[in-house]
Ligand binder design. Structure first.
Ligand code: ADP
Ligand code: MG
Ligand code: MG
Length: 869
């Protein structure tokens, strides 16, 4: 099997094998762009490396060296040559880009002999030793895992010694000293000399890149982005070009459009006399790409053309890495650029309007979960007018965030787990900070540009980020920052505006997002294309109205018990529960009726003529009563009833396994009067709204936890009698549906029988999942982690529908249900209804609608459109 490909042998479609970086280097090579030649070791080789217990085997080494000698011939330089030495970079690159998560080594091939050749050939001694010190550090850090700070402190000491502000202020002599000390460090840490033989260097570097696939930050990143663990990384070996050869050289990163706003304008940064990571590592503050126009107009013009060509070629915004060596431009990487949700939507819509892609393509370009970022509040503009910013940094990733400041990732994670809202404040972030960034509401860094690590990662996560805020002086050790002579300590509140870069003291009021414009256009296209309808789960008029704004086409689940928990109602609910007799219970229900009716009136008004599915009482009754002795005592005195009596009732309601206990339809079978009251409230509210507002209300009454058709038939008698009597008496024409949740596995097996009594099914996939697996959602968290670690499960079945098991039951229920009643309405109201892959599955099953929480409605609309494409 071929395990090594020259760039000229690959193409963009080969990402599985060559990784994204390798495939695009090949593609750029083949469309004639200036790419330094090289070759790619495949992801398959990486996986074989792991199969062989992390050893590189002789055949692979042979194949690598064969390609290496082809490369040597092509560029006319040789590895380790005394006259014309070849230097290469060894670069990681998986199928999906994982910026900065894996490792890359530059300037490989340098040793005490070749460094002199480089000096002689270029006449630039400073450059030769600058490259050498970089190589020893990267090799020591990445390949031999010597801690990076040890190199950094040597470098800083020498900078101090020579009074140098920046790395570029060090001359050749100083850099030679750095090299000497680095080598000593290497020897001390590793116990042997720095390896001089370039072939040994190469094999070790390839291994290190393979290994970096499984470093902690890469694993966390994959988990966060749902990238499978078994893809492996490719390794790109590429001849070096040098941006550190002087003031006519440099290196940079650019996006063909603005990745934060989507604006159609080249956006990027570069550093003169620099190499590789310098731009993103925040070593010196980079210059904007526009400056390149002044410094090197020809190179700039050429770059603009290449950028345009690449964007048109890939038909998407590109993120490009380039290097200029003595006035000559080289392309080192291109990929579809990561972007904020805002930019993603704008770019997708703009590309359609520029005639470059179709509406369908535009819809596929936006990750549904990303929309979440657009639906959340921004700071209140009026409130902002009255507040002066503390400081201003770069608007690295939009959004508004307020929270308590923490200075390390660990402290941020810890505080967030305690339920705090956290702002992570760092000098600059590094990939090790990823967990802290995930937990934080927002990120503030003192150093680094728009393409710094913090900025790139935050945009990817849709997290508010202000970067390079140089006026705040961060002291991570003493956990504080100083700005304008004022000190902020750990735990103090600040607010960040990621759209302006402003940093404020304290907490600021926020505002609802803008849903028209590009967003509105894209969503309208999605609506044209999707077949699934999207409803919402809402229990209050406020949530219902919010969901309608987000495009909800009905309510798929209104949980009536949430209304019972309201402080003003719970006394009546408790009265009902502890009632001794039917009369007492009915009296208590009489008190609840008008309140419940008011709830439904509000909801029907908010929903207009859209269907509203209301579920009758579901949870076990003990949930409404206090459990501790103290609370029971207090309640007994509040209710003016006997303590022992109340306690006895609490005891009586205790269950060993409440989830499988007296709940759902079982409550109604014991207490039909509850269903009578709720039906009355629903139907009276509907009639009221229809009469007073002329709205064609469409209530759907849903019975939870049905396992047998006889349960459904029994309750139907009660519901239909109450409803029809009220309707007849009112003289208003009102249609309603009677249906059930499908959430007990048995119900899926006998769905044909159940369909005889049900006009609709709504899959309650939370219960269906827990009962199918036989583990409870509330307890599974404790042991599922082990399942992921041990690779027994790769994802949470409560998040994405388990298509194999739970999905098979759903499919059966759909077929049996439709077989019995062709026009039966089918939907889903479990949490899965707003999760894109589950929405896709519901589309495949042929359901009529999905229902999800209000803020997930746009996500489900887009996911449903993607499923239909
Ligand atoms: P990452 O995946 O972390 O971006 P890369 O493999 O892209 O790592 O390497 C980082 C940087 O190193 C590149 O952006 C480029 O500036 C520099 N680099 C990589 N290969 C070469 C090369 N052959 N010549 C010059 N610079 C290189
Ligand atoms: Mg790169
Ligand atoms: Mg349920």
């Amino acid at each position: 099997k071929k395990l090594v490909y020259s760039f000229s042998e690959g193409k963009a479609e080969m990402k599985d094998l060559l990784g994204g970086k390798g495939a695009n280097l090949a593609e750029m090579t083949n469309i004639g762009l200036p790419v330094p030649p090289g070759f790619t070791i495949t992801t398959e080789a990486c996986n074989m490396y792991y199969e062989k217990n992390e050893e590189i085997w002789p055949e692979l080494i042979d194949e690598i060296f064969k390609k290496l000698s082809e490369l040597e011939n092509k560029v006319g330089k040789r590895f380790g040559d005394k006259e014309k030495p070849l230097l290469v970079s060894v670069r990681s690159g998986a199928k999906f880009s994982m910026p900065g998560m894996m490792d890359t080594i530059l300037n490989l091939g340098l040793n005490d002999v070749t460094v002199q050749a480089i000096h002689r050939n270029t006449g630039n001694e400073r450059f030769a030793y600058d490259s050498y010190r970089r190589f020893i550090q990267m090799f020591g850090d990445v390949v031999m895992t010597i801690e990076k700070y040890k190199f950094d402190s040597i470098f800083e000491n020498i900078k101090e010694k020579y009074n140098a502000k920046y790395d570029t202020d060090l001359n050749a002599e100083a850099l030679k000293e750095v090299v000497e000390q680095y080598k000593e460090l290497f020897k001390k840490e590793i116990g042997s000399e720095f390896p001089e033989d370039p072939r040994t260097q190469l094999v070790l570097a390839v291994k290190a890149v393979f290994r970096s696939w499984n470093n902690d930050r890469a694993k966390i990143y994959r988990k966060l982005n749902n990238i499978p663990d078994d893809l492996g990384t490719a390794v790109n070996v590429q001849s070096m070009v040098f941006g550190n050869m002087g003031d006519d050289s440099g290196t940079g990163v650019a996006f063909t459009r603005n990745p934060a706003t989507g604006e159609k304008k080249l956006f990027g940064e570069f550093l003169v006399n620099a190499q590789g990571e310098d731009v993103v590592a925040g070593i010196r503050t980079p210059q904007s790409i526009e400056k390149l126009k002044e410094i090197m107009p020809d190179v700039y013009e050429q770059f603009v053309k290449v950028a345009e060509l690449l964007e048109n070629h890939y038909k998407d915004m590109q993120d490009i890495e380039f290097t200029i060596e003595k006035g000559k431009l080289y392309m080192l990487q291109t990929r579809n650029g990561k972007r904020t949700a805002f930019a993603a939507v704008k770019i997708a819509v703009d590309l359609v309007e520029e005639g470059k892609i179709t509406k369908e393509e535009a819809i596929m370009r936006v990750e549904p979960n990303q929309l979440d970022q657009l639906l959340h509040p921004t700071f209140d503009a009026e409130a902002l007018k009255t507040i002066k910013p503390l400081a201003k940094g770069l608007p690295a990733s939009p959004g508004a965030a307020s929270g308590k400041i923490y200075f390390t990732a660990e402290a941020a994670v810890e505080a967030a787990r305690q339920g705090e809202k956290v702002i992570l404040v760092r000098q600059e972030t590094s990939p090790e900070d990823i967990e802290g960034m995930i937990e934080a509401q927002g990120i503030l860094t003192a150093r680094g540009g728009m393409t710094s690590h913090a900025a790139v990662v935050a945009r990817g996560m849709g997290k508010c980020c202000v970067a390079g805020c140089e006026s705040i002086k961060v002291n991570e050790q003493s956990k504080k920052f100083v700005v304008d002579g004022r000190t902020f300590n750990e735990g103090d509140y600040i607010s960040l505006d990621g759209s302006t870069g402003n940093v404020y003291e304290g907490i600021i009021e926020t505002h609802e997002p803008e849903l028209s414009g590009h967003f509105g256009k894209l969503m309208a296209w999605a609506d044209e294309i999707r077949r699934l309808k999207v409803r919402t789960n809402a229990d209050t008029p406020r949530d219902a109205a919010q969901a309608v704004k987000f495009g909800a086409e009905g309510i798929g689940l209104c949980r009536t018990e949430h209304m019972f928990f309201d402080e003003s109602r719970i006394p009546a609910v408790r009265e009902m529960i502890i009632a001794d007799s039917l009369e007492q219970r009915k009296a208590a229900l009489e008190k609840i009726l008008p309140m419940q009716r008011e709830d439904f009136i509000g909801i029907f008004e908010a929903m207009g003529d859209r269907p509203v599915t209301i579920r009758l009482l579901d949870p076990p009754l003990h949930e409404f009563l206090p459990q501790s002795q103290e609370d029971i005592k207090k309640l007994a005195s509040d209710m003016k009833i006997d303590y022992d009596k109340l306690r006895a009732r609490v005891e009586e309601l205790k269950e060993f396994n409440p989830m499988l206990g007296h709940r759902g339809c079982r409550l109604v079978i014991t207490y039909p009067e509850i269903a009578e009251m709720q039906t009355r409230a629903i139907i009276e509210a509907a009639i009221h709204v229809k009469k007073s507002k002329g709205i064609d209300v469409k209530p759907e009454i849903m019975i939870p936890l049905i396992g047998d058709v006889k349960e459904l038939a029994y309750i139907k008698n009660i519901v239909v009698k109450v409803a029809d009597d009220i309707i007849e008496e009112s003289g208003v024409e009102l249609k309603y549906l009677y249906g059930t949740m499908i959430e007990i596995p048995r119900a899926t097996l006998v769905a044909d029988e159940i369909a005889k009594e049900a006009e609709f099914f709504s899959f309650g996939t939370n219960d269906l999942t827990q009962m199918t697996y036989g583990f409870s959602r509330d307890d599974a968290g404790k042991f599922l982690k082990e399942y992921y670690d041990k690779k027994i499960f790769d994802k949470d079945p409560f998040q994405a529908i388990d298509r194999k098991g739970v999905g098979k039951l759903m499919k059966m229920a759909v077929e049996l249900g439709r077989g019995e009643r062709t026009n039966i309405k089918l939907g889903i109201c479990g949490e899965h209804g707003g999760e894109p892959s589950s929405v896709e599955f519901c589309h495949m099953l042929g359901l009529d609608y999905v229902s999800c929480s209000p803020y997930r409605v746009p996500i489900a609309r887009l996911a449903a459109a993607q499923a239909a494409i």
